[in-house]
Write a protein that binds this ligand. Structure first.
Ligand code: PFF
Length: 454
């Protein structure tokens, strides 16, 4: 019989890698990466993104996984245990609490946007945008945002599904989800890329995404690349700690994170190849964020052959990508509540779900006309939460993790957790974590960039 006190574990190392990959692939891959690449220098931006991903974001993620492997799935308890083991102040546990706060805020954005995605999958399939003019599609989105009930319905449905998966637990819920979601994501992307090649403008896409334009490339490009690298890998929200805690004993953590980072980047590039041929086919200006997803693309699909089907598939892709990220954001907070308040998984998920639902409601309400809604990133809560999480909290937690793991924990503990990696890897990782990552992240936080995550 299974031991009820046995630690919870992913079924295999592959499940661990898939789970982190499903967390990493989210809205950022779909509506930001390729746009940033196009705007900030094409090939030169992609190269600086890859460098930031592997030299800065990935080492931070490895540090989070090490914390989870050593101290357990609750970010607060994991950090407390790690500090006790190295005779350091327990004040560091605040970092765990901050990570959970970041998760909750990000999740409340995710459920709103994923809810829109669900609604738009239905609109596309019903042919609402067939042969529509661009202005009509924009008008439709503005009207949709002005109807809170519909948005609340869809966000509730999405949150219910995500919470249900969390309640089912690590093996039966999250583990099963990722094995279904990742292949489905790939299949949908393959379908959309084929569609883009058939009906889209490939030459314009190639030019936009990949041709290197050094005039657009600057110091700011590198910082934007770094911000995106941290966001897309999903550091700073406790996922690495929780998912790492469920990893099988003695996995090669470094190589696993490397695999996740490669997968995440390949998916971001593929998403660019799926999206921009469609956008350019209608001679639209490239853009990012909600405007790209809910105005440009519905218009573009609506004016292409079989656009109803392709558009519906696209929005299902959005919802599925958001689901993998949403459960990853929720799990650390649920794990923390279970551990701190000694709650059952069900009760903890219910409480987190209720808080996130209320925050999501506040976001939706802030988008109502007359609430200062004058465009995204202005005064509505979507812009405020996005700025707060992607620009402030997420880098702050990542910075504190580099200081804690790089400077405060005993290296022997870390070496033990990374026993499957070579001595050279360990030294390099520790060097990046102690010197390069904190400096770069501090620079990012001080720079007056406008771009958030959403
Ligand atoms: N990586 C996600 C994206 O690119 O959209 C965002 C994210 C999801 C961050 C889940 C953290 C996380 F736990």
């Amino acid at each position: 019989m299974a031991d009820p006190n046995a630690p919870v574990r992913w079924g295999s190392r592959t499940t661990f890698v898939l789970a982190l990959s499903a967390s990493a692939v989210g809205l950022g891959n779909l509506w930001r990466f390729s746009y940033l690449s196009g705007e900030y220098g094409g090939g030169a931006f992609v190269i600086s993104y890859v460098l930031c991903l592997f030299l800065i974001a990935a080492p931070v993620m490895v540090a989070e996984v090490v914390l989870g492997r050593y101290g357990g799935s609750s970010p607060v308890a994991a950090i407390r245990r790690a500090c006790d083991g190295s005779l350091r102040s327990r004040g560091w546990t605040l970092v765990g609490a901050l990570a959970c706060l970041t998760s909750v805020l990000m999740l409340s954005l995710y459920i709103v946007v994923a809810g829109w995605g669900m609604a738009y999958a239905g609109f596309m399939q019903a042919g609402v945008f067939s042969a529509a003019r661009a202005a009509e599609v924009g008008e439709h989105f503005a009207q949709f945002l002005a109807e809170p009930m519909q948005q609340v319905y869809w966000q509730s449905l999405f949150l219910l599904v995500a919470s249900g998966i969390i309640v089912l637990g690590v093996r039966r819920g999250l583990g099963v989800l990722v094995w279904l979601a990742v292949p489905a994501l790939l299949a949908m992307l393959a379908f959309l890329i084929k569609y883009g090649f058939d009906y889209g403008d490939i030459a314009a896409t190639r030019n936009f995404l990949f041709s290197t334009r050094l005039v657009d490339f600057s110091g700011e490009s590198v910082l934007v690349a770094l911000g995106h690298a941290l966001f897309t890998l999903g550091v700073g929200v406790g996922t690495g700690i929780s998912y790492g805690a469920y990893a099988p004993q003695r996995i090669p953590i470094g190589r696993s994170i490397f695999a996740v980072a490669v997968f995440d980047s390949v998916l971001a590039l593929l998403a660019g190849l799926a999206i921009f041929p469609i956008v350019f086919a209608n001679n639209m200006e490239p853009n990012a964020g909600p405007g790209l997803l809910f105005i440009s693309l519905p218009y573009a699909f609506g004016n292409l052959m079989q656009g109803e089907l392709a558009g519906a598939v696209f929005f299902l892709l959005v919802v599925l990508a958001a689901l993998g990220s949403a459960v990853a954001l929720m799990e650390p907070v649920v794990a923390m509540l279970m551990q701190l308040a000694r709650l059952e998984r069900f009760t903890a998920a219910l409480i987190v779900g209720a808080v996130v639902w209320l925050l999501g409601l506040a976001v939706v309400m802030s988008l109502q006309p007359g609430q200062g809604w004058a465009g995204f990133g202005e005064r509505n809560l979507l812009g405020v939460f996005d700025m707060l999480t992607a620009r402030i909290l997420l880098p702050l937690v990542a910075l504190l993790v580099t200081l804690l793991v790089g400077w405060r924990l005993r290296p022997e503990i870390l070496r033990l957790e990374l026993a499957r990696e070579s001595a050279l890897f360990f030294s390099l990782w520790r060097f990046l974590l102690r010197y390069i990552a904190p400096l770069a992240i501090a620079l990012l936080m001080l720079a007056p960039l406008r771009a958030g995550g959403v």
